[in-house]
Design a protein around this ligand. Structure first.
Ligand SMILES: Nc1ncnc2c1ncn2[C@@H]1O[C@H](COP(=O)(O)OP(=O)(O)OP(=O)(O)O)[C@@H](O)[C@H]1O
Ligand SMILES: [Zn+2]
Length: 729
C-alpha cells in the first residue's frame, strides 16, 4: 500500500474460516497468537470442536486471503466458511484427507511388518534376502505418510517454540527413527493418525445435532408469483412479504403468517413436544416445522437468516464460545502442567545420562514424557461435554445459551416461577365487564373505548385478552380513539391520554378503587378509569374480570423437579393474593408471593439466593426480564413464538411444556458429572503415565495411544452419553 497521510476509513468485518485440522486448544492458541500479530486483525476466536475460526478485522488493512495464508503458513489448511454445514460432516470423516493418510500409513505398516517377518524366514527367495533393511525402509515410509498431516505443523510449532502435540509427535518420530526403532516410529505415526480419525469422528458425533438442526430448514421454497403460479426458489431468495405454498408433508420454509388454508403443524423439531398445533389464517408458523395435512399459503415475515431456527443455531454455536468456570480452571491447570512435565522430560534424559546410564532408553523415556505433556485431552474434556449437552438439549426443545448455564442448572435447588403465562396458560379470557354505579351509557362507551385503545398498545397477556374481548363486543379497532403519551407501567398497568383525559388501566390498588364485591378464587380483576378527574368523586370505573387456567402439566412438572432434587418452589406474581393462592394450590408450589412489582421480584430472588444458593427463575420473558436477569439461571418458556424472550434468557424452552425443566435439569446434572469424570480421568491417566515412565513401563506407542489421543477419545465418547438423556416422558 503506498504511504499516504490519510489512513483509509476502516471497514470492520468478521470472516469465518473452516480449519479442519485445528482440533486442539493449543492449535487454536497458536493460530490466534499468530493472527493477532497481523496488522488489521482486531480479534480472533476459534473453536477446536467446530474447527472454525472467526476473525474480526479491518477490511481496509487486511484481507481474508492474507489471514488465510497466515493460517496455512502454520500448517493448517483453511477455507472461507460457507455458512452451511461442511459437506464432509460425520459421515465424511471416514473418507476425508485424514482418513486417507491413516489408511495409507496402516497399509504400509502391514507391508513393512510382513517384510520384516519374511526377512527372518529362510525359505524366502534371494531378492528378499535383505528384507530386514527393506522393512526398515518401509517402516520409515509408513511413518512419513502417517505423519504427513502433522509434520508441517510440527515444524511451524518448533519455529514458534510452541510445544504442541504436532511438535511432540514430530520429535518423537524423528527420535525413534534416529535410535533405530523404525517400527516404533511407524506405529506411532499411523496409530496417531488413526486415533485422530476416531477422535474426529466422536467429536463430530458430539456436535452432530447442530448440523441436524441446520438440516431442519429446507433449502428451497415454493414461492407463489404474481400470477399465482408456484415456483421453486432458494430460501435465501425469499423476502418479507413473499407468499409461499406449503403442501402436506413439506417443511415450512420460513417464519411467517398463514394467509390461507388450515392444517396441523408438527412443531416438535423446534419445541421437542410431540404435539401438533392447528394453524389457520392469522396464525404464525415457523421455519423447520412440518405441515402434517392441509395446504397452507404463508406470508413470509422474516428472512431466512433471521428465522427462529437460524437464531437457535447461532445461539447454540455461540454457546461454545462462552467459557465455563471449569474450562477456565482447566486452562489454568494446563498452563502449569505442560511446562512441568516438559521439564521432567528433560531431567529424565539429563540426570541418568550424567550419572553414566546409557543414552538411548532414557532418551526414549524423555520423548514419552513429552507426549504425555500435551494438554489437549485435558483441555477438550469440558467443551466436548458442553457441546454435546447443548446440542442434544436443542434437539429436545431446550436452548441453553452457554456451558455456564448448563453447569449451573444442575446445582439449582430452588425454582421460582412467574404465574401468568408460566404456571398458567396466560391465555386469559374476560368473563365479565361491569361498571360502577350510575355511569351513563354514553360515558360507559367512552370508558370502554379508552380501555380498548390502551390495551391494544400493551404487550401484557391481560391486555391482549381485554383488547380481544372489546373487539368481540363490537368495538372495531379502526374506530378507537387515538392515545397520546402512552406509557406502560410494569407491575401496575398502562396509562395514556384519550380524548384529553388521562386514563389508566390496571391493578385496582393502583387506580385507588375498590373492586366490586369479594375477590374470587382464580380470577384477576382489572380496572380502568380517568384519573385526572379533579372532582374525583364520581369515579366512573369499568371492571374486567378475567379467568386463567393453570397449565395441565404444571403440577406433574413440579413433582418431577422435586424428584430430581429441587427442595423449594416459589411463585412470584404481580397479581393479587387471591388468584395467586388459587393457582398455587392447583399446581403445588411451596411458597406464594403476590402483588410483587418487578423490583420486588428481584429482591425476592436475591433473598432466596442468600438462603438456598443458586435459584432458577422461570418466566415468559414478557414483563419479567429484570427477575430473569437477577436469577442464577433465567429460563423463559414459549420462546418459539416470542422475539424478545430468546435474548433475555440464559435458557429457553422453545415450547410451553414445563416438563422440559426436569429434563434440562437432569441433562445439566449429567453434564456436570461427565465434565468432572472427564477432567478426573484425564488427570489421573496422565499422572499415572508420568509416574510410570521413568521406570520404563510405558512404551512410546502406549503414551501416544493412551495418554493423548486415547484420553481425548475417551472423554469425547463419555460426553456422547449426554445425547441419550431421555426427555422424561
Ligand atoms: N396492561 C395491563 N392491563 C391491565 N392490567 C395490568 C396491565 N399490566 C399490569 N396490570 C396489572 O398489574 C398487575 C401485575 O402485573 P404483572 O405483569 O406484574 O403480573 P401478572 O402478569 O399479573 O402476573 P405474573 O407476575 O405472574 O406474570 C396485574 O395483575 C394487573 O392487575
Ligand atoms: Zn493436540
Amino acid at each position: 500500500m503506498p504511504p499516504s497521510d490519510t489512513a483509509p476509513p476502516s471497514v470492520v468485518t468478521t470472516a469465518t474460516f473452516d480449519v479442519p485440522d485445528m482440533d486442539c486448544a493449543s492449535c487454536v492458541a497458536r493460530i490466534r497468537g499468530r493472527l493477532t500479530a497481523l496488522d488489521g486483525v482486531l480479534g480472533v476466536d476459534g473453536s477446536p470442536i467446530s474447527r472454525t475460526l472467526s476473525v474480526e478485522m479491518d477490511g481496509a488493512r487486511v484481507t481474508d486471503r492474507r489471514v488465510r495464508d497466515e493460517v496455512e503458513r502454520l500448517g493448517y489448511a483453511a477455507r472461507i466458511h460457507t455458512g452451511r454445514s461442511p459437506a464432509n460432516a460425520t459421515s465424511g470423516v471416514w473418507r476425508g484427507g485424514v482418513a486417507r493418510i491413516a489408511y495409507a500409513s496402516m497399509a504400509l505398516f502391514v507391508v513393512a511388518g510382513l517384510a520384516r517377518w519374511t526377512g527372518y524366514d529362510p525359505r524366502i527367495a534371494a531378492p528378499l534376502a535383505r528384507a530386514a533393511t527393506l522393512s526398515d525402509l518401509l517402516f520409515v515410509v509408513a511413518a512419513l505418510v502417517g505423519g504427513w498431516n502433522f509434520f508441517p505443523r510440527g515444524v511451524a510449532a518448533a519455529r514458534a517454540l510452541a510445544l504442541d502435540m504436532n511438535f511432540l509427535m514430530t520429535v518423537a518420530i524423528i527420535g525413534a527413527v534416529a535410535v533405530g526403532e523404525t517400527m516404533e516410529a511407524a506405529a506411532i505415526a499411523f496409530l496417531f493418525a488413526l486415533s485422530e480419525l476416531l477422535e474426529r469422528y466422536a467429536v463430530d458425533r458430539a456436535r452432530g445435532s447442530v448440523e441436524a438442526l441446520m438440516e431442519l430448514s429446507p433449502d428451497r421454497a415454493r414461492r407463489i408469483d404474481a400470477a399465482g403460479e408456484e415456483e421453486w426458489v432458494e430460501i435465501e431468495a425469499l423476502v418479507v412479504g413473499d407468499e409461499v405454498a406449503v403442501r402436506p408433508g413439506d417443511r415450512v420454509p420460513a417464519d411467517g403468517i398463514v394467509v390461507a388454508g388450515r392444517s396441523a403443524i408438527d412443531e416438535s423439531p423446534i419445541t421437542g413436544e410431540p404435539l401438533s398445533a392447528d394453524k389457520s389464517v392469522g396464525d404464525r408458523v415457523h421455519s423447520g416445522t412440518i405441515n402434517r395435512e392441509g395446504w397452507l399459503r404463508v406470508r413470509v415475515e422474516r428472512l431466512a437468516a433471521d428465522s427462529t431456527l437460524a437464531r437457535i443455531i447461532r445461539l447454540v454455536q455461540d454457546a461454545e464460545g462462552r467459557k465455563t468456570h471449569t474450562e477456565q480452571f482447566v486452562a489454568r491447570f494446563a498452563r502449569v502442567y505442560t511446562p512441568i512435565v516438559t521439564l521432567a522430560a528433560a531431567l529424565v534424559v539429563a540426570i541418568p545420562v550424567l550419572l553414566g546410564a546409557p543414552f538411548e532408553p532414557w532418551f526414549v523415556r524423555g520423548l514419552t514424557l513429552l507426549v504425555i505433556a500435551c494438554p489437549c485431552a485435558l483441555v477438550i474434556s469440558t467443551p466436548v461435554a458442553v457441546v454435546s449437552g447443548i446440542t442434544a438439549a436443542a434437539r429436545n426443545g431446550v436452548l441453553i445459551k452457554g456451558g455456564r448455564y448448563l453447569e449451573a442448572l444442575g446445582e439449582v435447588k430452588v425454582f421460582a416461577f412467574d404465574k401468568t403465562g408460566t404456571l398458567t396458560h396466560g391465555r386469559l379470557a374476560v368473563e365479565r365487564v361491569e361498571f360502577s354505579d350510575g355511569v351513563e351509557p354514553e360515558a360507559a362507551q367512552r370508558l370502554l373505548r379508552a380501555a380498548a385503545a390502551l390495551e391494544r398498545r400493551s404487550e401484557h397477556p391481560l391486555a391482549r385478552a381485554i383488547a380481544e374481548h372489546c373487539g368481540a363486543m363490537g368495538l372495531r379497532a379502526d374506530t378507537l380513539p387515538p392515545v397520546a403519551d402512552f406509557r406502560s407501567v410494569p407491575g401496575r398497568g398502562a396509562e395514556g391520554r384519550v380524548d384529553g383525559r388521562l386514563v389508566r388501566i390496571g391493578a385496582p390498588e393502583w387506580l385507588e378503587v375498590d373492586p366490586p364485591g369479594e375477590p374470587e378464587v382464580g380470577r384477576t380483576v382489572v380496572a380502568a378509569r380517568a384519573v385526572d378527574d379533579a372532582s374525583g368523586s364520581r369515579r366512573e370505573t369499568v371492571w374486567f374480570t378475567l379467568a386463567d387456567r393453570p397449565r395441565e402439566g404444571a403440577a406433574a412438572a413440579l413433582d418431577a423437579l422435586r424428584a430430581g432434587g429441587v427442595v423449594h418452589t416459589v411463585m412470584l406474581t404481580g397479581d393479587g393474593e387471591g388468584p395467586a393462592r388459587a393457582v398455587a394450590a392447583r399446581v403445588g408450589v411451596d411458597e406464594v408471593r403476590a402483588r410483587m412489582m418487578p423490583e420486588d421480584k428481584v429482591r425476592a430472588l436475591e433473598e432466596l439466593e442468600r438462603i438456598h444458593g443458586p435459584v432458577a427463575m422461570v418466566g415468559d420473558g414478557v414483563n419479567d426480564a429484570p427477575a430473569l436477569a437477577a436469577s442464577s439461571v433465567g429460563i423463559v418458556m414459549g420462546a418459539m413464538g416470542s422475539d424478545a424472550s430468546l435474548e433475555t434468557a440464559d435458557l429457553a424452552l422453545m415450547g410451553d411444556d414445563l416438563s422440559r425443566l426436569a429434563y434440562a435439569r437432569r441433562m445439566s446434572g449429567l453434564a456436570r458429572r461427565v465434565i468432572r469424570q472427564n477432567i478426573a480421568a484425564a488427570i489421573v491417566v496422565k499422572a499415572l503415565l508420568v509416574l510410570a515412565v521413568p521406570f520404563g513401563w510405558v512404551p512410546l506407542v502406549a503414551a501416544v495411544i493412551v495418554g493423548d489421543v486415547g484420553v481425548s477419545l475417551g472423554v469425547t465418547v463419555n460426553a456422547l452419553r449426554l445425547a441419550a438423556v431421555r426427555d422424561g416422558r
